[in-house]
Design a protein around this ligand. Sequence first.
Ligand code: FES
Length: 109
Amino acid sequence: MTQNWIDVTARETVAEDDVVGIDVNGKDLALYSVSGEVFATDNICTHGHARLSDGFLDGCEIECPLHQGKFDIRNGKALCEPVNEDIRSYPVKIQDGRVFVDLGSFPTS
Ligand code: FES
């Protein structure tokens, strides 16, 4: 797949053990920081229209605020009912204090 690294925000925007929602050219992403590492997934739950950035982060699991479905933020795996569809996750790299997310073939302009 084509790489498409996008500079999405400053590293300090994502506090440790926290999740933030960020708009990247119309795409709603959730960024997480756990153990000093940053992870990125789509922000809209695969079960309904809820933003995971409004949910509860517990280690590497994000709990959806609407029906408490959970995903593994490292790979997007759906972990429990009612979610049964994985959420898309994206490669992340940190460079010069900035967070870059590889959105692959997602059109960003
Ligand atoms: S909308 Fe996320 S679990 Fe239902």
